[in-house]
Design a protein around this ligand. Structure first.
Ligand SMILES: *[C@@H]1O[C@H](CO)[C@@H](O)[C@H](O)[C@H]1NC(C)=O
Ligand SMILES: *[C@@H]1O[C@H](CO)[C@@H](O)[C@H](O)[C@H]1NC(C)=O
Ligand SMILES: *[C@@H]1O[C@H](CO)[C@@H](O)[C@H](O)[C@H]1NC(C)=O
Ligand SMILES: *[C@@H]1O[C@H](CO)[C@@H](O)[C@H](O)[C@H]1NC(C)=O
Ligand SMILES: *[C@@H]1O[C@H](CO)[C@@H](O)[C@H](O)[C@H]1NC(C)=O
Length: 528
């Protein structure tokens, strides 16, 4: 090859041939549609100039309006791929490639949310603007519902783990074809089910990504959904007014434990919430709870244990009931949607299934039996291969997450530490966990919560890597400089009776966040 090019160079130097006209990005994007990739049965490309929009080929998209129009602030080559993953399943993959001169050699992969097959356009829009070739995937089915799972077990396998892997492999091939060279580094960013997919990927396909940013992972999947179902049923014993009493009482008992009254329980582990403080003496009254209601609150605030006394799921974070964003989903009047659909379409394959009021260990056992054939649980603590290949895992969890208790992330971290027999310093080398006080599920939260840590495009308030989770991960992977803290920012200027700073350093587990009145700021304290 180089031999054949050499004479051309000499002729060119002699001025005997016109210089070959380099293809534009738009032309290379058209050509990219001819790329051959095994098992791919549809591959379309579209050159999308900056700020122009196109209608995505799907029924849903995270971060898009009902019009399903997507756009970003830089030019991208949009690639839509459908890849067969078995004889009865296929995953849709969408890759957004910034122009060659705007690409810094990095890939960013993303995941899903809920039971959905919705591509993460929040990250697709953001990634190329900060120079990543970015991809999303639908996890093997289109739409927000889990009904597709009843069609084939293979669709569940895509959702559980295969869809992301196939998307990573395919995207790397497309990157190579478009830019003429492979990526230098590959990253992943996902939250909730997307967080689970990231953690599961580190377990199953440790070579896919050099760095994984995973938020609020739904990784103890079956037990988590079961516990949410149980909590949902218990919550219906209280009226909205009763819940208001509980919220006030949680704050009364625990808000001040971190040193500051700001409607944030920074460290849920420090709070031993006692609902009996609300028990009426005698008749139920508006300012207290009946015994049955106190028991319901206690159920919701207790860990879930199995037949043999084993821990199945940590308790709800005390104070999480203050979250109004996701409240209707889990504690609304109807049954918990994700839990309903999982038992309907996956566990029992019976779309008419309805939960009984005593939903519990029997249904969990049924789900576990199904999970043994078709594992979606992603709680294996064996990260040894990911660690060995030098992978970095940066994780975060809000301390006011009503959908996935932050204790889940703490528990998994401890499980990994025990399973691999690692001292804290060795954990630090590849796996760091940050608890974000007052943050709700993945983002948003209490008024005083500094939840913006650059975990998603719309939460970027600073490009500095000590304040931007994705850039912190990049620095860790590429420069070996690991984040000790992550500085977050509140989304509104907070004006409480207490002067709360609008930015706050979040602590690396197991350090805890404590208010220091002398300096009027938060600090991270190691407890022995
Ligand atoms: C993918 O699957 C579809 C539907 O089952 C089939 O028609 C097609 O031939 C397959 N294509 C490839 C490349 O495997
Ligand atoms: C795209 O929109 C952004 C924000 O409105 C603007 O700053 C930028 O200049 C636009 N880019 C182009 C190429 O029009
Ligand atoms: C679920 O039931 C339907 C209708 O009976 C059947 O067609 C389908 O194959 C079943 N799904 C699985 C995964 O067994
Ligand atoms: C981050 O950097 C990008 C350019 O890379 C710039 O457009 C953006 O305004 C910066 N954001 C902040 C919050 O500094
Ligand atoms: C905050 O509250 C104080 C006292 O209520 C008021 O004087 C001040 O103007 C408020 N500041 C903002 C930024 O709203």
């Amino acid at each position: 090859m180089s031999g054949a090019r050499l004479p051309q160079v000499f002729l060119k130097l002699l001025g005997l041939v016109a210089p070959a006209v380099a293809l534009t990005d738009a032309q290379r994007c058209v050509r990219l549609a001819d790329t051959y990739i095994k098992n791919v049965h549809s591959l379309d490309t579209l050159y999308l100039p900056a700020n122009e929009s196109y209608r995505v080929p799907a029924s849903c998209g995270m971060g898009l309006g009902d019009d399903l129009l997507a756009q970003t602030s830089v030019n991208v080559c949009v690639v839509n791929v459908i890849c067969n993953t078995s004889s009865t399943s296929a995953t849709r993959i969408e890759v957004w490639l910034p122009d060659a001169d705007a690409w810094y050699g990095r890939i960013l992969g993303t995941g899903g949310g809920g039971l959905g097959g919705c591509v993460d356009y929040d990250n697709l829009k953001y990634g190329p603007s900060v120079h990543f070739a970015t991809f999303g995937h639908d996890g093997g089915h289109d739409g927000t519902s889990g009904a597709a799972f009843a069609k084939s077990d293979e669709i569940v396998v895509d959702y559980a783990t295969r869809g992301l892997h196939v998307a990573a492999v395919t995207s790397k091939l497309l990157v190579r074809a478009y830019y003429g060279r492979p990526q230098d580094k590959a990253y992943y960013n996902g939250c909730s089910n997307g967080g689970r997919q990231g953690m599961r990927n580190a377990q199953d396909f440790p070579d896919d990504f050099d760095g994984i940013l995973a938020g609020a992972p739904a990784f103890n999947f079956i037990n988590l959904l079961a516990q949410s179902n149980i909590a949902n049923l218990a919550s219906h014993k209280l009226s909205d007014d009763d819940w208001a009493l509980v919220r006030t009482e949680v704050l009364r008992q625990c808000d001040g434990l971190d040193g500051l009254h700001d409607e944030i329980v920074s460290d849920p582990d420090a709070c031993q919430f006692l609902p009996e403080a609300l028990l009426c003496e005698g008749e139920k009254r508006p300012d207290c709870l009946s015994l049955e209601q106190v028991e319901a609150v206690r159920t919701i605030h207790s860990p879930l244990y199995g037949d043999h006394g084993e821990l199945l799921a940590p308790r709800l974070d005390p104070g999480a009931e203050l979250d109004t964003l996701f409240w209707p989903l889990i504690f609304g009047p109807s049954f918990y949607l994700f839990g309903h659909e999982w038992w309907q379409y996956v566990v029992y394959n019976d779309s008419s299934w309805e939960p009984s009021p005593d939903f519990g260990l029997k249904e969990i056992a049924d789900a576990k039996k199904r999970d043994a054939q078709l594992p979606v649980d992603s709680f294996s603590p064996d990260l040894s291969a990911f660690r060995k290949r030098g992978g970095k895992l940066l994780t975060y969890h809000g301390s006011r997450d009503i959908l996935i208790p932050s204790g889940t992330s703490l528990w998994y971290y401890q499980r990994v530490q025990r399973a691999l027999s690692l001292p804290p310093s060795a954990m630090d080398e590849f796996y760091r966990l940050f608890l974000v006080p007052g943050m709700s599920h993945c983002y948003m939260g209490a008024a005083a919560s500094a939840w913006q840590i650059g975990q998603i495009g719309f939460s970027v308030w600073s490009n500095s890597s000590d304040s931007h989770a994705l850039f912190a991960l990049v620095d860790w992977v590429e420069k070996g400089s690991a984040p000790e803290t992550l500085r977050g920012s509140t989304s509104v200027s907070v004006n409480t009776t207490v002067a709360t700073p609008s930015t706050r350093r979040h602590c690396k587990y197991p350090a805890r966040s404590v208010w220091k009145p002398d300096v009027q700021d938060w600090s991270c304290v190691q407890f022995p």
